[in-house]
Design a binder for this molecule. Structure first.
Ligand SMILES: O=C(O)c1cc(=O)[nH]c(=O)n1[C@@H]1O[C@H](COP(=O)(O)O)[C@@H](O)[C@H]1O
Length: 238
């Protein structure tokens, strides 16, 4: 998990996923399956990707009452993903319930998927947070607050932007995961993301892992683009 470059498979179905993965030959990847793909294909997409030897982040961002999240996580634990997530805004009780569900559902002899919370989405600016959520503290403080709550609930880390990763690990410890989406090379379009950084900067801020979607998945040469991101992330040619 540590130092992974996770590719977000935001595709509408298996056919598009297979076409995309054909570019990578036999390379073992860390892949993120989100709502778009999972809501179409269901658990079978996870089994297919696992059979090919890939690691999986199942990104369904659960946010509901504790009992519902616990039951959902119990079922998801059986899929054998490496990483799952919830929204920290669901609260400490909901996050603890997610963990209980995962522990109850993990088959004997297997390890429980790591569980992280989404703090403030990387598509949210401080201005939006103030106006739409009525949160009047600086955005970094809100993220740090959610991260501390997440740790208290017993989870393994958070999704945050690169800009909060260093403070979170300084305060909550180096083993607390900071998974950073909103990653772009200098030349890439930021699209709907607001808090955006390069892989090299994410590395320098000590992010545990980065998540990259469209710059790789929509590229005419996905493998070449993936290698470019990986080299920036791993500190080659800087
Ligand atoms: O939980 C996530 O993965 C996530 C949280 C967040 O705050 N921001 C964010 O962009 N993501 C996900 O990370 C991916 C980023 O995709 P691109 O913007 O295409 O690189 C998408 O699949 C998002 O769902």
């Amino acid at each position: 998990m540590d130092k992974s470059l996770i590719i977000a498979l935001d595709f509408a179905g298996k056919q598009e996923v297979n076409q995309f993965l054909n570019h990578f030959n036999d390379e073992k990847l860390f892949l993120k399956v989100g709502m778009e793909l999972f809501f179409q294909e269901g658990p079978s997409i996870i089994y297919d990707l696992k059979e090919k030897g890939h690691d999986i982040f199942l990104d369904l961002k659960l946010h509901d009452i504790p009992n519902t999240v616990k039951g959902a996580m119990k079922g998801l634990a059986r899929l054998g993903c490496n990483l799952v997530n919830v929204h920290a805004a669901g609260g400490k009780e909901m996050m603890s319930a997610a963990l209980e569900g995962l522990e109850a559902g993990t088959p004997a002899g297997q390890s429980r998927p790591a569980c992280i919370s989404v703090t403030q989405l990387t598509s949210t600016s401080e201005e939006q947070m103030r106006e739409e959520q009525l949160v009047q503290v600086p955005l970094e403080e809100s993220v740090l607050h959610y991260a501390a709550l997440t740790k208290k609930a017993g989870l393994d880390g958070v999704v945050c932007s690169t800009f909060e990763a260093k403070s979170i690990r300084q305060i909550l410890g180096q083993s607390f995961l900071t998974v950073a989406p909103g990653i772009r090379l200098q030349s890439d379009d930021v699209q709907d993301q607001k808090r955006v950084a390069t892989p090299a900067y994410a590395k320098s801020e000590g992010a545990s892992a980065i998540v990259v979607g469209r710059p790789i998945t929509k590229s005419v040469n996905p493998l070449e683009k993936y290698i470019e991101f990986k080299q920036s992330w791993e500190g080659v040619h800087q």
